[in-house]
Design a binder for this molecule. Structure first.
Ligand code: NCD
Ligand code: ZN
Length: 358
């Protein structure tokens, strides 16, 4: 029987949610991870200050207590237009290792996100983070640009400022470059990159700038999401792109360059919310390691997998590298159509070539 051993994963972009959903889904992540970085966009109760960092960590620890689990939660705070340097410092002292910026209105629970990318207050917050040594996680999509007169083939379409979803990440790249220049010590993670442009940018910038890559962006293109019928379970932000962009992401993941590491962005929604409201988010936590083993094996890149899923992320975040390994064997396993009746996992109904040893 073919067997492989992999270090426990560092999932540096994870949506754990809260309440019953947290209880339902956290075991999938805590069973295989060394650390998981919990995103702050909790619906109606975002993590925006030190008190919320502490409350949320306490809630997580009730479900996955490090005394009984080998997975340690890492906390984030959301940067909103109201965030000040003292807010950030208090959150850091309460244990937040990173702060997350969402573009306002660009994704799930981002209504309190940013749309003034040059504000003095935001610059002061980034300066404080640089001083503290906190990591900046950026959902790098520009949703609103300056109002522009749009004319296509001589036809006037109006004064528009909302950017098409497929172009939002490329339009954000100059902001990453600018922040990297303004704050040369600030560690910046360009989250869940989806395009060749973002891959090239991250390769070209200093080592303070890295990127997370999700499993679904390595495996799925717009053909899968909308090539025949619409598959809402694969709809996520940033939207998946085409073959060339997916190939660039694979090249980055296989490159052995420590700037590129895993952040699953596993973002569960209930089946009904996915199918009735089209919420963005792919629930990959139950299958992501097995899916990655298959991809890396298929391309003869298995030797690159431990760094991609574990070591490079730990190094960037100054975490200890995982000391424990988990074994997987080559044996088909069917991904269930539903989990806990309410959630549809990534690759539902498909057969994976690998499974985790119990
Ligand atoms: C995430 C969610 O559901 O919270 N959704 C997603 O499509 N990735 C938010 C996010 O990371 O954009
Ligand atoms: Zn996310």
């Amino acid at each position: 029987m073919e067997k492989i051993f992999l270090p426990r994963v560092n999932d540096l972009h994870f949506h754990g949610r809260s309440g019953q959903v947290l209880k339902d889904i956290l075991p999938f992540t805590s069973e295989v991870c060394s650390h998981a970085l919990f995103m702050p966009n909790i619906a109606g109760n975002e993590i925006v200050n030190a008190r919320r960092v502490e409350e949320y960590r306490a809630e997580i620890l009730k479900v996955c207590n490090p005394l009984f689990s080998s997975c340690e939660p890492l906390m984030t705070i959301m940067i909103t237009p109201k965030t000040t340097p003292p807010t950030i410092e208090a959150a850091y002292n309460a244990g937040a290792v990173a702060a997350k910026i969402y573009p306002r209105g660009g994704t799930t629970n981002s209504e309190n996100g940013i749309d003034d990318w040059d504000s003095h207050q935001l610059m002061a917050v980034l300066e404080k983070m640089e001083e503290l040594g906190m990591v900046l996680c950026v959902h790098g999509e520009l949703v609103y640009g300056a109002p522009e007169k749009i004319e296509v083939y001589g036809q006037y379409l109006g004064v528009l400022n909302e950017i098409e979803p497929s172009k939002r990440e490329i339009r954000f790249c100059p902001i990453i470059s600018k922040w990297c220049q303004l704050f040369p010590q600030l560690r910046i993670v360009f989250e869940h990159i989806t395009t060749h442009a973002a891959v090239s940018l991250v390769f070209s910038l200093p080592k303070t700038v890295s990127a997370t890559i999700t499993v679904h962006h390595l495996l799925v293109t717009e053909v899968d999401v909308m090539g025949s019928h619409l598959n809402p379970h694969l709809f996520c932000k940033p939207t998946v792109k085409g073959y060339a962009d997916m190939a660039a992401l694979r090249a980055a993941a296989f490159s052995g360059n420590p700037k590129f590491f895993l952040g699953t962005d596993s973002a569960v929604h209930t089946k009904s919310r996915k199918e009735e409201c089209g919420c963005a988010g792919v629930f990959s936590a139950p299958v992501f390691v097995e899916a990655l083993i298959e991809l890396f094996t298929e391309f003869g890149q298995l030797d690159k997998l431990p760094d991609f899923i574990s070591n490079f992320g730990a190094d960037f975040y100054d975490l200890p590298r995982a000391s424990q390994t988990i074994s997987y064997r080559r044996e088909p396993s069917l991904v269930p159509g539903r989990i806990k009746e309410s959630y549809v996992p990534f690759m539902a109904g498909k057969t994976l070539a690998w499974r985790r040893d119990e």
